[in-house]
Design a protein around this ligand. Structure first.
Ligand code: URA
Length: 189
């Protein structure tokens, strides 16, 4: 069984795909290692690559504001990405890159044992919930696997591009808050 420290150390030296050649930092994850809620993004952008931390750019600032609206912050959730290294020009991570990387997330989830998983955007929802996930139709819906409740919301970067998606996301966040109140034992929300 991994420990957080051994898993992080191993992950930081990963060279399983070609993203290792262009990255500045591996973005392992951030937040509370005792969190009951796991948020999963797509992959690091430029600022995340520079700082080694997920969601620290503009989308990250919006994510923090969204979390605050439902009384959540990074001390109450854990945040990770499908791929840990930045895809050049912020393109979607290729399947071969996702396949090479997904085991790190599996091992993080095995350590965390979250009650709730929230996918941020289409790429994460397809990788985690189901391959044919349609974010416009299925955001906010709940799926259960192995006792874990999973849902997806629009990616914060999509909400920066299209403010019309924000009201639906606020409703989804309120549903996540209600679900967390029901299921999470030690998260004040
Ligand atoms: N977008 C993501 O999906 N993840 C990050 O960490 C930053 C931006």
């Amino acid at each position: 069984m991994d420990t957080w420290e051994s898993l992080k150390e191993e992950c930081l030296s990963c060279r399983s795909c070609s993203l290792a050649e262009t990255r500045h930092n591996v973005v392992f994850g951030d937040g509370a290692r005792s969190a009951e809620i796991l948020l999963i993004g797509e992959g690091p952008g430029q600022h995340e690559d520079e700082q080694g931390k997920p969601f620290v750019g503009r989308a990250g600032k919006l994510l923090d504001e969204m979390l605050e609206m439902v009384n959540l912050d990074r001390t109450k959730v854990y945040i990770a990405n499908i791929v840990k290294c930045r895809p050049p020009q912020n393109r979607d991570p290729l399947n071969v890159e996702q396949d090479a990387c997904i085991d790190w997330l599996r091992r993080q989830a095995a350590l965390l044992r979250p009650k709730i998983i929230v996918c941020l955007g289409r790429v994460a929802a397809k990788a985690i919930i189901k391959d044919n996930f349609r974010i416009t139709q299925e955001h906010g819906q709940w799926f259960e696997r192995d006792g874990v409740q999973m849902t997806a919301i629009y990616h914060p970067a999509a909400l920066l591009r299209d403010v019309h998606k924000r009201p639906a996301t606020f409703e989804d966040l309120k549903a996540i808050q209600a679900k967390a109140r029901e299921l999470c034992e030690h998260t004040e929300i």
